[in-house]
Design a protein around this ligand. Sequence first.
Ligand SMILES: Nc1ncnc2c1ncn2[C@@H]1O[C@H](COP(=O)(O)OP(=O)(O)O)[C@@H](O)[C@H]1O
Ligand SMILES: [Mg+2]
Length: 289
Amino acid sequence: MTNKQMTSSETEPTDDQPAPTPGTDTLVTDSDAGERTTTDRTLLEARDLDVYYGDEQALRGVDIEIPEKQVTAVIGPSGCGKSTFLRCINRMNDLVDAARVDGELLFDGKNVYDDDVDPVALRRKIGMVFQSPNPFPKSIRDNVAYGLKVQGKDADIDETVHSALERAALLEEVEDQLDSSGLDLSGGQQQRLCIARAIAPDPDVILMDEPASALDPVATSKIEDLIEDLAEEYTVVIVTHNMQQAARISDKTAVFLTGGELVEFDDTDKIFENPEHDRVEDYITGKFG
Ligand SMILES: Nc1ncnc2c1ncn2[C@@H]1O[C@H](COP(=O)(O)OP(=O)(O)O)[C@@H](O)[C@H]1O
Ligand SMILES: [Mg+2]
């Protein structure tokens, strides 16, 4: 995509967990899902990224290159800045009054903090899924179509809704009840509905902040399978406090430790089998955290 397209005049959501935002035609990329292949091309890059909440520093000089169409797990003890890092990527920290970001966060080579980037448009290309499933009190169809209706592409809506539900591994379970409330679904189904809602505007990146931590083991396992599938088409960055989950589903793992420092980032196998840093080994083996 050309990032100059990320400029429009829509208003920003104000909630801490704002709804995914509707798309515009100008933001539809030329990417063709069927032709996507896994590469080691960097899609997201942080350069000397610092985040402060008032006087408190939550991230310190983070440098990272996140590859396209792979699953990158972000792990580390509570309070080390995992959610803060995730929220930097699609400028969700803009919504936190006290937050200040220094350094660069490049998306496809373009700094998302540049003046000409519209955060609302950015969040369509970089969707987000939260810890607690947060469907709207609307029908399943309207939840998924939320980002599309305002776009005025009515003719395509049914097809896009079906396709998003299918890619979120939910279609078979809800095909006959698209007009019933999203809130009537089980927790695991609601989370897959939220994933379908994030997918519908055709993003490049899906950010997930502990997406399975409120779910039972069966629902968790479905989400984990889904995340691995999603990486065929999307770049996935997932925060998890569950190290087994990170080891199971991710290609790359970033380990943040207390103080907001990215201590190690490497192939997941390397991180879990033979990390470079003693502090990472101690964390992985459960000596703290
Ligand atoms: N909205 C906020 N206002 C002030 N401080 C915050 C806010 N969000 C997070 N923090 C602080 O930033 C640090 C990192 O938090 P967070 O990114 O939520 O960590 P994690 O997700 O790893 O648990 C913590 O010290 C936390 O208290
Ligand atoms: Mg968090």
